[in-house]
Design a protein around this ligand. Structure first.
Ligand code: T46
Length: 146
């Protein structure tokens, strides 16, 4: 599994740092929604879902946290601790967020509006959807070869 992390340009001077993120320039999608989480208690684990059709960039703009990515075949843990680093998460990727430092602020840029229908919150349903996508892709390849 390829982990895609963006290192955004830092505009620093004697006054401090500034990071600007522009849709289609610094990240690959239009930003339709921004949300953030903070005051995340010790030992809390969030997420536990995948999205059918949503791209996101996660930026821990303060403190640190870990993100577990699971594509159904492989799992990877990514540490976010730099305010200028963004983790790209595609659709069809199970995610869990944990190990939040007490001062963590996790900012998320999303490619679409909030839609509960877009969530896959059951792990077995997630795995079944991955198998179905794989079979659909194999079917397409076979049709192309004919
Ligand atoms: C994701 C990870 C990284 C809204 O009303 N609007 C929103 O845009 C969002 C994101 C949430 N909500 C409500 C729905 C719930 O009542 O806020 C509450 C907490 O949401 P949720 O339990 O889904 O939060 P997380 O931290 O488990 O997951 C969130 C995003 O929902 C999800 O898309 O990828 O962060």
């Amino acid at each position: 599994m390829q982990v895609i992390k963006y290192a955004f340009q830092q505009h620093g001077d004697e006054r401090g740092q500034l990071v600007a993120i522009e849709e289609f320039k610094d990240i690959p999608f239009e930003i339709k929604r921004v949300y953030y989480m903070y005051d995340t208690g010790e030992g809390v684990r969030r997420g536990y879902h995948a999205h059918k059709n949503l791209e996101q960039i996660l930026i821990c703009i303060h403190g640190s946290c870990k993100i577990l990515l699971d594509n159904g075949e492989e799992k990877k843990v990514v540490l976010l601790e730099k305010p200028y680093e963004g983790l790209y998460i595609s659709n069809d990727m199970w995610r869990e967020m944990y190990d939040f430092s007490s001062d963590a602020v996790l900012l998320v840029l999303a490619s679409d509006y909030y839609d509960e229908e877009d969530y896959i919150r059951d792990y077995d349903t997630f795995l079944a959807s991955k198998v179905k996508h794989m079979q659909d892709d194999q079917g397409k390849d076979r049709r192309r070869e004919q």
